[in-house]
Design a protein around this ligand. Structure first.
Ligand code: AMP
Ligand code: GLY
Length: 439
């Protein structure tokens, strides 16, 4: 089939790399893609949120399956747009409609949804600027640290964790009163702080059947040892030692099954990925967020651990035939190191010539922010390359990734030197028998 993958980051390159391997894939297109995606398919000069141009591109290229990478087109209703047009409606799509995407698009919606359906999550209350007084009074009753969350999409930036009460009142004022995150912080959640290690779990579902993809740990801070400002993600590791059978059974029974039952009960059709941002609180998984898409850079690690034909699963998802589908997982470890532009996540320069590709010493280099300038590959974003190494052990995967990273360079390049180091003390998982079943 002809497939269109919407997006332009490392996640889309990794998804495209996997999709390209399927015998079911005929032509593969990206909208708009990057220099890496151009190596596995054809880039179309169409923006991810320009629905009319995407529709035209689908018809012109006889697209049978659309896979939506990022959240913005989902939250803006790309599925609804396609479904209401008779010419587009027959095109299969992986990605929920506007209503389902509210799991990511509104943190208040997702919090109330979790509470309605008994999905374990942190306690929270939502306030608008009209209840500023109540918000401050409520905050006074909370212990520290406390988490303040903008309700809407804020490009991964809408969360502030405060350790001092005074700082929390200021942040609240800034978010609600000064609209620090624009309309996204017109409503703010004051949420209990959960202490524990985070893990990302990914589910592909058609609303009924589902498969659980390999889990991953994301490294969000810019500096080694989890220091400095938050970023879009500086690296990922999969598998994660504490996501053992016992933990994953809890995730499945208390989170995945309840979430899918909740969607069904509320009549929200959902065909796509659900990304569960979890915290392991003393062995108990709690949800800190849902996303309606795959994670980035987790996808760059996770895709390399899937042995199944991924297009078969994507097609089954879009057709509502995922029940009884199985996912075959490679038990080897994957470590992804994100190479970024100097200055990121603050200001940075683009257009630096990248040296050392395509020879990567055995690892995979997924492109995030790159473009071709004449014959030269140049940087074109903050996150530039996601280099993924594989290995029988975490240590071997890490070595493979970092050996390759050390051969790639550009002026001002930066990367964390400690991806996976915090997990190194653990032995490989015993639960990975190469296969995890759906419902
Ligand atoms: P989110 O945008 O909801 O993923 O939040 C961004 C980051 O803030 C998460 O990855 C966590 O590190 C942190 N965070 C969010 N909610 C909580 C919470 N309730 N307790 C502790 N940390 C949190
Ligand atoms: N890696 C976190 C995210 O994609 O939101």
């Amino acid at each position: 089939m002809n497939i269109l993958l919407i997006g332009s980051g490392g996640r889309e390159h990794a998804l495209g790399w996997k999709i390209r391997q399927s015998k079911l894939t005929n032509k593969l297109f990206f909208a708009p893609g990057n220099a890496g995606t151009a190596e596995v398919g054809e880039n179309l000069p169409v923006k991810a949120d320009d629905f009319d141009s995407l529709a035209k591109a689908c018809l012109q290229n006889n697209i049978q399956l659309v896979v939506v990478g990022p959240e913005v087109p989902l939250v803006n209703g790309i599925r609804d747009h396609f479904e209401k047009d008779p010419a587009l409606k027959k095109i299969l799509m992986v990605g929920p409609g506007k209503q389902g995407a509210q799991l990511e698009g509104s943190k208040d919606f997702s919090k109330q949804f979790m509470l309605r359906h008994g999905v374990p999550t942190a306690k929270a209350k939502t306030f608008t600027v009209a209840d500023m007084g109540d918000a401050h009074r409520y905050l006074d009753t909370c212990g520290m640290p406390i988490v303040l969350k903008a309700d809407g999409l804020a490009a991964g930036k809408g969360v502030i964790i405060c350790t001092q009460m005074e700082e929390a009142h200021h942040a609240l004022e800034d978010m609600l009163g000064n609209r620090r995150f624009g309309e996204a912080s017109a409503r703010v959640l004051i949420e209990e702080f959960l202490e524990g290690i985070e893990v990302s779990v990914f589910v592909l579902t058609d609303g009924d059947g589902y498969v659980i993809l390999p889990e991953a740990k994301d490294y969000k801070r810019i500096g080694d040892g989890d220091t400095g400002p938050n970023t879009g993600g500086m690296g990922a590791v999969s598998p994660v030692y504490f996501a053992d059978n016992t933990f994953m059974e809890k995730v499945e029974s208390t989170i995945i099954k309840r979430t899918l039952a909740g969607l069904k009960k509320e009549d929200i059709a959902y065909k796509g990925f659900i990304f569960l941002g979890l915290i392991n609180v003393k062995g108990e998984p709690q949800v800190i967020e849902y996303n309606a898409r795959m994670g980035d850079p987790e996808t760059e690690a996770v895709m390399t651990r899937i042995d199944s034909d991924f297009v078969e699963l994507l097609e089954a998802c879009a057709r509502g035939q995922l029940r009884n589908k199985k996912l075959v997982i490679d038990p080897d470890f994957a470590v992804t190191v994100m190479m970024v532009s100097g200055g990121y996540p603050g200001d940075y320069e683009k257009g630096k010539v990248i040296e050392g590709l395509p020879q990567t010493g055995g690892a995979l280099a997924f492109h995030a922010g790159t473009r071709m300038k004449g014959n030269e590959l140049v940087t074109d974003g903050g996150r530039v390359l996601a280099v993924t190494g594989k290995g029988k052990t975490l240590k071997a995967a890490q070595r493979n990734a970092y050996d390759s990273v050390s051969g790639i360079s550009w002026r001002g390049v930066y990367f964390r030197k400690d991806i996976g180091v915090d997990l190194l003390f653990e032995e490989p998982l015993d639960r990975l028998d190469g296969c995890r079943e759906g419902s």
